[in-house]
Design a protein around this ligand. Structure first.
Ligand code: ADP
Ligand code: ZN
Ligand code: MG
Length: 480
């Protein structure tokens, strides 16, 4: 039988507020253990939480940016939690009245647009961090708890089970990441745990509607992990079903080192959490006016920006999609174009030589040794005819390690394009004299033979002759 994978994601996104969700402790990453703590986030008896207004603002903005309905009346609930990294023994979260519901985002997979529906977005507090004495909990004698992260604000963004391959899930998560970066509510650094996903996977016979039994893999914090874990789980469940077995509803962990998922515990259901309304926090009431104010404050979002690049600069849908897929890339592109550089050349250079160089050195575009301004200046040198596109590749390579302005590099290295007719003419005459065969071929009707001659001229000038001029001059002389 053929099975169709069904995938739903719960994405946890750490918000970049200065302070925690229910107390005034700092949220910064990497501080000394247990220095960002107070009686509230340590869950000491008799203390009262207060809601950080920024968290509500960020949650509403996230909801608006993902086409959700915002609940003007929303509340917090307690979810039972038995692990020591949340010392209250419950997690303050939201249950039946989340801040945002019923949204959607569009994704592109293999050139096709697909809509993924969002069930809800709710606010909650993060747990702390267990620091085991061994490598895993199983081989540890003791575990310490670092409460710095306890109470750091999180959004949980829950999708409908609308994805059907690892690739769709990856693209969806990238889209959510991009949107959160654009609206500036999270740093979205996956390696610091700012963005992580619980991934739910099930199979069903192809062509049927009813959902199969799912497993859930917790806390996946890289795109590679996401794809590998889903692919592994699809294979594993397929084997189970093909052997006539049943998939067990359970929570599994993804072991990136071994590339497998392992059973962790049977999956809890909502009733296991024993949700109850949080008695220490008033409901969150947000007026239409405030919601509209937040909507007006939203920046241009990825889809709109993509459409703008297509319309204003004539970029292809594909190119515009890539250039707007992260906020950093979109800002870099706009900065290159604002120097006066040709928009299409800018797109080609970013997706070509720049992307390749960044990738090879493992550098993020924000830290590119060739910044937007210098790339823009270099592209203008091409447009002005100071250098050819081919020489530009050399210049770009040099710029990677040399912080000088491109114009200076071109001068210092003697790379200025030769556009002086008499200088080119001398070389052209010489090449014609020395390449009798190609000349005769051309005159005999093989027009392609001119290519070899152009090549010779370019070689003799170390690539610096203006190729259009060379072509024209050769043709004139050979036809004349
Ligand atoms: P929880 O996992 O916290 O109990 P839910 O039951 O609401 O919460 O489901 C969470 C996620 O699991 C959602 O993203 C949803 O789309 C997805 N999901 C639910 N059922 C299935 C299924 N049968 N197959 C795949 N994903 C599923
Ligand atoms: Zn605190
Ligand atoms: Mg879940």
């Amino acid at each position: 039988m053929k099975y169709e994978p069904v995938i739903g994601l719960e994405i946890h996104c750490e918000l970049k507020t200065k302070t925690k969700i229910f107390c005034g402790c700092a949220t910064g990453f990497g501080a000394e253990q247990n220095t960002h703590v107070c009686p509230v986030c340590l869950g000491l008896p008799g203390v009262l939480p207060t809601v950080n207004k920024r968290v509500v603002e960020f949650a509403i903005k996230a909801g608006l940016a993902t086409n959700c309905h915002i609940n003007g009346y929303s509340k917090f609930d307690r979810k039972n939690y038995y692990y020591p990294d949340l010392p209250k023994n419950w997690q303050t979260s939201q249950y039946d009245l989340p801040i945002a519901e019923h949204g959607w985002v569009d994704i592109d997979v293999d050139g096709e647009k697909k809509r993924v529906r969002l069930t809800r977005i709710h606010m909650e507090e993060d747990a702390g961090k267990l620091v085991h004495s061994g490598t895993t909990i199983k081989d540890s004698i003791t575990s310490d708890v670092d409460y710095n992260r306890t109470g750091v604000p999180l959004l949980e963004i829950v999708s409908e089970p609308d994805m059907h391959s690892a690739e769709e899930a990856r693209v969806y998560m990238e889209k959510i990441k991009a949107i959160m970066e654009y609206i500036d509510v999270s740093n979205c650094k996956m390696e610091e745990g700012n963005l992580r996903a619980d991934v739910n996977v099930s199979l069903r016979p192809a062509g049927t509607k009813e959902l199969g039994t799912r497993t859930e893999m917790k806390n996946i914090n890289s795109f590679k992990g996401l794809v590998d874990a889903i692919d592994y789980e699809i294979d594993r469940q397929t084997d189970v079903l093909e052997d006539g077995g049943h998939v067990v509803q359970e929570t599994r962990t993804w072991d990136p080192a071994r590339g497998i998922t392992l059973s962790m515990r049977s999956k809890e259901n909502a009733h296991d959490y024993r949700y109850m309304p949080e008695p220490d926090l008033p409901p969150i009431v947000t007026s239409e006016e405030t919601i509209e104010k937040y909507r007006r404050e939203l920046p241009e979002l990825p889809d709109a920006r993509r459409a703008r690049l297509e319309k204003d600069y004539g970029l292809s849908d594909y190119d515009a999609g890539i250039l707007t897929s992260t906020r950093a890339m979109a800002e870099y592109y706009d900065a290159v174009v604002s120097t006066g550089a040709d928009p299409k050349l800018a797109a080609n250079w970013m997706m070509g030589d720049l992307a390749k160089a960044l990738n090879e050195d493992g550098i993020e575009i924000q830290k590119s040794p060739v910044d937007a301004k210098r790339l823009g200046e270099m592209i203008q040198l091409i447009s002005k005819g100071t250098i050819s596109g081919k020489i530009a590749k050399k210049v770009f390579k040099e710029m990677w390690t040399n912080p000088d302005a491109p114009e200076k590099i071109v001068k210092d290295k003697g790379l200025v394009q030769i556009t002086d007719t008499s200088a080119i003419e001398g070389v052209v005459d010489e090449v014609i004299a020395k390449n009798e065969k190609a000349v005769n071929d051309y005159k005999g009707g093989n027009k392609k033979a001119i290519g070899a001659l152009v090549g010779q001229v370019m070689k003799a000038t170390k690539g610096k002759a203006n190729p259009q001029m060379v072509n024209k001059m050769l043709a004139q002389k050979l036809n004349g």
